[in-house]
Design a protein around this ligand. Sequence first.
Ligand code: GLC
Length: 736
Amino acid sequence: MKRTAIIYILSIFLFSNSFAQSLKPLYENPSAPIEKRVEDLLKRMTLSEKLEQMTQRVIGQNNNASNAELDKRNYSPLTGSFINFSNNPGFANEIQRKAMKESRLGIPVLLGMDVIHGFRTIFPIPLAQGCTWNPDLTKKSCEIAAKEATLSGIKWTFSPMIDVARDPRWGRVAEAYGEDTYSNSQFSVAAVKGYQGEKLSDKYSISACLKHYIGYSLSEGGRDYHASDVSPLTLWETFMPPYKAGVEAGAQTLMSAFNDITGVPASANYFTLTEVLKNKWKHDGFVVSDWKAVYQLIDQGFASDSADAGAKAVNAGVEMDMNDEIYVKYLPEKIKQKEVQMSRIDDAVRRILRVKFRLGLFDNPYVDDIAEASRYLQPESQKLAEKCAEESMVLLKNEKTVLPLSDKIKKIAVIGPIAKDQVNVMGSWTCNGKSENTIGLFDGLQKEYKNKAEITYTKGCDFEGTDESDFANALNIAAQSDVIILCLGEKRGWSGENASRASIALPEIQEKLAAKLKEAGKPIVLVLSNGRPLELTRLEPLADAILEIWQPGNFGGNPFAGIISGRLNPSGRLDITFPKVTGQIPMYYNMRPNARSSMKDWNGLYQDVKNDPMFWFGHGLSYSNFVYYDLKTSKTTFTENETISIEVKIKNSTNVDGQETVFWYVSDPVASITQPMKKLKYFEKKEIKAGQESTFIFRIDPKRDLSFVDGTGKSILEKGKFFIEVNSQKLAIELK
Ligand code: GLC
């Protein structure tokens, strides 16, 4: 009896899961702690297996014919990561199966992609999303993008891009959230949380990647890939905070940038990549280089050859090199020469494995292979994309309230190269997005005004060139209409990577078309679709209203039409300043005061152009009217350990419900390090119903909101007077 019982218990144990697990190596045990699994796997790996983990290659082919690499089956199953251009889950599973089954240790591959503003459902470009002042919309859009990416086998996105940008000549200004440090920090956190979800191992979580670390947007003259001269103060005051916020939000990876940071390239910068990121911020994920940025250290005059470049990048703190195979080819030699320590290699591989374990790739490496129709473009995704587009659109001008169009308008002329466009309105970096899914402006208006008004259309002109052959026809259509909706803008390839422009004006042909249509003597609503601030000096006077729709992605047509008709009330506010002319660049809201700013004459200002911009950061009109009043503080003087509340009441004095964004600025008129004229420290967006009022409160924590940094990143709080500014009302407070 006893013997039978022992055999019975033994057999249960022998065939139990825990016994089976005990036969496997520890790293394959899902219930073992991740750090133990990492160490167990690391100690089993050969040098070549380690260097393959530090290597990212490219594979797959999407709808972008110019992809650098086609589908390559003859790659090493040891490859640590691929940029996967395919959106086919079966293809992703095949890559994964090869990695797990054909390699000695069965390490899963990390498939990454530029999911920048959507995977297949394309949302507005990030520069537009910043104008919503609603980070929660960005978070939700990233959640949807993460799910669509996951269902295509992608578990890593090279997003969010959080490079504070103040030079609209630089094409990549389209990819971040505008010119302000605080707002880029808020959107950085929102995007990281959207992509990475509650837990990284959740089914639809993907790893975020903060980029391009760091100072890339100061590329000289707005010329992409050029050197950036970044002072230590600018580094800490302007560029570091969004990355710190993203790291604190749990971003698992960062991407090192192309630019040279004042003599030391970002992809070989020990100070930023290790001293700050790893030692000060304790980041325990990994850094991937930008595309061949390791190799480019040679071009930048920082490395003598590929082997030297590889050693400098890995020693500085770049764990994975993107698509130049330098680590796997040249580091063995550098390790032999003791120029690279195995401890650094092990630290790099540890970080990469850690992220793979956290993503659950070892335990759930494959993706459900479901039909394309249920993977993408779900109704709730389109709805959110329309909401994002609606809240990103900025009403810049509205003379004689030509908008919303009155019900008396029965004939609407829709003219311009953007009017029926379905491609360029998607913007740059559209991943697996397809233009056939785009609802364009003309489509939106036709639907909005069905049985209400007659919509007529002609293109008028192309984006560029000299062909005026449709001008006469356009003028004729305009003359027979009640209003002209003139849709101008940029091609999507005019912004994004390697898309710098010496002038931020639209091509002359578009300005000429606008001037021609002015002859019709009808109200002109100028609609702009662009990936950067534009020079509007010649266009602005011709337009009675100007609506900036940016590049709204696939679903801008309906919200656009809703704003034109008044069904929707525009709530976007600029996240970036529009200079009057290119020559004013850089021009941004939080510049430092000039030495003669108190003098009234033109001292130090341009002789040929008034010094203010066309539209300031934060500008945007609404169909409501918001009256600010009763700005007050809980305390006028306080000590550094006290928090104070500043509040303002706002009344919506119209009969139109609307959303208002309140921007709370702090200015510090005297400090041991001069301060910008004002700094955005908090913003809040709320709906205020018609005729109603609402109170907005800014709770000031002196250490957080009144301090500034020095060139070492040290936070400094000095006693003295500060001004709190809201809607150009100022309140003085004093830190005792
Ligand atoms: C590009 C871009 C970067 C992108 C990467 C992968 O060169 O600079 O933003 O994530 O390569 O496509």
